[in-house]
Design a protein around this ligand. Structure first.
Ligand SMILES: *[C@@H]1O[C@H](CO)[C@@H](O)[C@H](O)[C@H]1NC(C)=O
Length: 185
């Protein structure tokens, strides 16, 4: 059973690294009338709900349209002084809900949810990813992205309000390190 193996190999370490929440995933509102094309380009990670597999700094992602509903995703970080990149693909999984993307960084992995809760396309984006485990509990990830390496505190406060409104627990959110990024490269 390939899918069972994927579950054991990929989901379980995530569960142990993350504190799972009881109950199924929340069902947040997503950006209405989302326009994928406007979301393309470079986004910097400003803050995130801890994702243990990302320990680098200067994390950014560059999205490029490949078809009307699919994208190429290139994420990079600086880890131990080295620039590392991973390439993935993304799709709009449900045309009726274009803000609900799925992203995968490997052809053996299923798409993980990558939902755009809110964005103005030009300065900030709020992204949420949640996976139900047997509907008994869920693990989630959330990101505040910026078109620049930092965002005003007022934008961060508003972002936290949006997450809270959608019952997403952001108490473990941590700011991402975006200092000294250009001189290392
Ligand atoms: C993003 O990707 C596009 C297409 O591959 C490329 O032309 C562009 O230079 C990239 N931008 C950055 C900032 O890496």
């Amino acid at each position: 059973m390939k899918s069972a193996l994927v579950l054991v190999v990929l989901i379980f370490p995530v569960i142990w690294a993350q504190v799972p929440h009881w109950g199924p995933c929340p069902e947040p509102e997503v950006q209405s009338a989302f326009v994928l094309k406007q979301f393309m380009g470079r986004w910097f990670e400003i803050a995130k709900l801890p994702a243990q597999f990302e320990k680098g700094r200067c994390i950014e992602t560059n999205f490029t349209l490949t078809t009307d509903s699919s994208i190429r995703v290139v994420s990079s970080e600086i880890l131990k002084g080295e620039l590392r990149k991973i390439v993935g693909t993304g799709v709009i999984e449900d045309q009726k809900n274009p803000a609900k993307l799925g992203i995968s960084y490997s052809y053996v992995l299923p798409y993980s949810p990558y939902w755009i809760l809110s964005t103005d396309y030009v300065s900030f984006a709020l992204v949420y990813s949640c996976t139900d485990i047997l509907r008994l509990f869920h693990v989630d990830f959330a990101w505040i992205l910026g078109r620049t390496r930092s965002l005003p505190d007022s934008t961060i406060q508003k972002a936290m309000g949006v997450f809270a409104y959608n019952n997403i627990d952001m108490t473990r959110m941590i700011p991402s390190r975006q200092q000294g990024c250009d001189k290392t490269l």
